[in-house]
Design a protein around this ligand. Structure first.
Ligand code: GLA
Length: 364
């Protein structure tokens, strides 16, 4: 793999180049931080990280999307894209694959990406996993001791401690583990993954609503706190252990709704895995529709723009459609027969001028 950006900016070939992909989630939303089940798939969109160690403690970074920046490896985080780099260097050091030595832990780094940012398709996780893989490639032996799941945990740590989002682990796990064009059923509690072929003759369309995810971080953390509170009041370690009947015992109707979404969504993911395995495409579509309704009514993470896009795509003939990712804007994902895909896209992009196709995920 080459990095034209690195070569043109630094004038030499990088020591390591690595890649991380964005994702769309087929079903299983807001379940990962409740020890639950998710079923994401990789997008073709990806981020490429190219880097070389330096003889000092400087990070010199160039990006095809953000301003070029320099700072010391010891500088505090400041909200810029270099926070990811500082995070990756620190987490790598904690896990025994440090760059350079005393006074020589800096890097030159170039980042190119076609993963849309703010779209809910995990541009952050793509960047984190590409960074960690590139740092790991400087010390190839480290992949003998660090598994892809470890890499995902390290990526999540970067997000928690250096970027400031207390996300679940779905995005980093799919970027670190999943093969292309397969659904990855992931049980967050056991950390087990099972990759499954997609439907033949059917595609998943990932369509951006045109509305970026806004103010989502506070609302995301609020949902996390509500889920933990609901689990605590129900006397279970996490909502993964709760059932639908017992959530009616919660006194607060809001907590009841939050718990009902998570519990029912875990059931839907299990049913969706069976539908996928047995080729029951319409059942899968119904589960996607039910997932969206639950995210809208019980989890309150949809929006008028997302709801109207979902309704329009459904009316255009999709088998199932739902918001994908955290919600509050960003993308929807629709399941449709291969023949109908173009018609649906034409109809949607002419009636919703702000909507655009991010990716068409085609089963092999
Ligand atoms: C974001 C988070 C994930 C997950 C989804 C919602 O993408 O990063 O961990 O919680 O939202 O399913």
């Amino acid at each position: 793999m080459r990095s034209a950006l690195f070569e043109s900016y630094f004038g030499v070939v990088p020591k390591a180049v690595a890649i991380g992909h964005g994702r769309a989630n087929l079903i299983g939303e807001h379940t990962d931080y409740n020890d639950g089940l998710v079923m994401p798939v990789l997008l073709r969109h990806h981020t490429v990280v190219a880097l070389s160690p330096r003889e000092d403690n400087l990070i010199r970074g160039v990006s095809d999307r953000f301003d070029a920046l320099n700072r010391s490896v010891d500088s505090p985080c400041d909200g810029s894209w270099l926070d990811f780099v500082t995070g990756a260097l620190t987490v790598a050091r904690q896990n025994g694959f440090a760059v350079g030595g005393e006074g020589k832990s800096g890097i030159n780094i170039a980042v190119s990406s076609n993963v849309p940012a703010g779209a809910g398709v995990s541009s952050s996780a793509a960047f984190e996993i590409a960074l960690l893989r590139a740092l790991g490639a400087l010390t190839p032996a480290m992949f003998d001791t660090i598994s892809p799941a470890d890499l995902a945990r390290m990526g999540q740590l970067i997000e928690h401690e250096f970027v400031g989002t207390i996300c679940g682990i779905m995005d980093q796990m799919v970027a670190a583990v999943a093969p292309k064009a397969q659904a990855m059923l992931f049980d967050v509690r056991s950390m087990e993954t099972r990759c499954m072929p997609l439907f033949t003759g059917h595609d998943f369309l990932v369509i951006h609503s045109g509305a970026d995810r806004k103010l989502s971080e506070g609302a995301y953390n609020e949902r996390l706190a509500q889920c933990n509170k609901a689990a605590g009041e129900m006397g279970v370690a996490s909502l993964r252990d709760a059932d639908l009947a017992s959530c009616t015992r919660l006194a607060d109707p809001l907590l009841q709704k939050r718990a009902r979404h998570v519990i029912s969504e875990n059931i839907r993911v299990q049913d969706a895995a069976i539908a996928l395995e047995t080729g029951k495409v319409h059942e899968f579509g119904q589960l996607m529709d039910a997932s969206h309704a639950s995210l809208d009514n019980d989890f309150d993470v949809s929006s008028p723009i997302l709801n109207s896009l979902v309704a329009n795509i459904k009316a255009a003939g999709a088998i199932g459609v739902r918001l994908t990712g955290a919600g509050f804007g960003g993308c929807v994902i629709a399941l449709c027969s291969r023949e109908q895909g173009d018609y649906i896209l034409d109809r949607i992009t002419s009636s919703n001028p702000n909507a655009w196709l991010v990716d068409r995920i085609v089963g092999l």
